[in-house]
Design a protein around this ligand. Structure first.
Ligand SMILES: [Zn+2]
Ligand SMILES: [Zn+2]
Length: 256
């Protein structure tokens, strides 16, 4: 499996992550925060499926731009997968005819049917996209949010998405036959624990406690580090003692 965290910050694209999109094997995106900004238009054409973990803007902001970029080249609809509240929010607040056209009612130029379709999934219910098995579970965030396990025949990778202290994603990680990597959020430095709790994000210290719920498999990569706090969070992550946590490289191809 190939995983790439797309860049989102124009000033320092390989260091600062303000938005979230992971590109999987070139055709699947997890979240649409930077999909339409951080991937070349020619490679956006290869993306046919997007899983949106929750409705926050840093995870869906570039979806309108992405759809507009790929629309002239589509011969089948782009599919956005999400839970019921996420799909409802994207329909009502993004593709609503005001912020952006409702592409579910715009026909394909090179085929029949709509340009965009939404498909709902339920937390706890695994589903298959091509060769990938996707298992979503609820995390603990301020809006309905899922973390994911993605598995193919050779590898397994877990993405926590945004979360505060939680359980299901760690149980899911422990249950995987293969677990190569965990992309876990570490948004704020330890001194901002109150802000982390209010916004339901993790600090390095909280992440360390969370990781004790897991067996020792897989490399842990920290993501979603708030740019204004990056140096401090990276320093605190490197000082963790119970489990090594690497900082995910942005715009880097990981292979498992
Ligand atoms: Zn969020
Ligand atoms: Zn976020």
């Amino acid at each position: 499996m190939n995983v790439r965290l797309l860049p989102s910050n124009c000033h320092d694209p390989t260091l600062l992550q303000s938005l979230t999109t992971f590109l999987i094997d070139g055709w699947l995106a997890i979240d649409g925060g930077s999909l339409g900004f951080g991937l070349s238009p020619s490679r956006q054409i290869g993306v046919h499926e997007v899983i949106v973990t929750h409705s926050h803007s840093d995870h869906c902001a570039s979806l309108p731009i992405f759809i507009a970029e790929v629309f002239p080249f589509l011969n089948a609809p782009v599919t956005i997968h999400g839970t019921k509240p996420v799909v409802r929010s994207l329909r009502e607040n993004l593709f609503n005819g005001s912020i952006w056209p409702d592409f579910t009612s715009i026909p394909l130029l090179n085929g029949s049917g709509p340009s965009l379709q939404f498909l709902e999934f339920k937390p706890g219910c695994a589903f298959q996209l091509r060769n990938l098995r996707i298992t979503p579970v609820e995390t603990n965030h301020v809006v309905p949010t899922v973390g994911l396990a993605i598995e193919d025949d050779h590898s397994g990778v877990v993405f926590t998405s945004d979360t505060y202290c939680t359980e299901a994603i760690w149980h899911l990680a422990n249950s995987l036959v293969r677990l190569d990597a965990i992309f876990a959020e570490a948004s704020y430095p330890n001194r901002e624990a109150k802000l982390a709790e209010a916004s339901k994000h993790l600090t390095p210290s909280l992440l360390e406690t969370e990781l004790k719920k897991m067996d020792g498999r897989g490399t842990v990569y920290a993501v979603h580090i708030k740019p204004q706090f990056r140096e401090e969070v990276v320093r605190e992550l490197s000082a963790l003692t119970t489990r090594r946590v690497a900082v995910a490289e942005i715009d880097h191809d990981y292979f498992w």
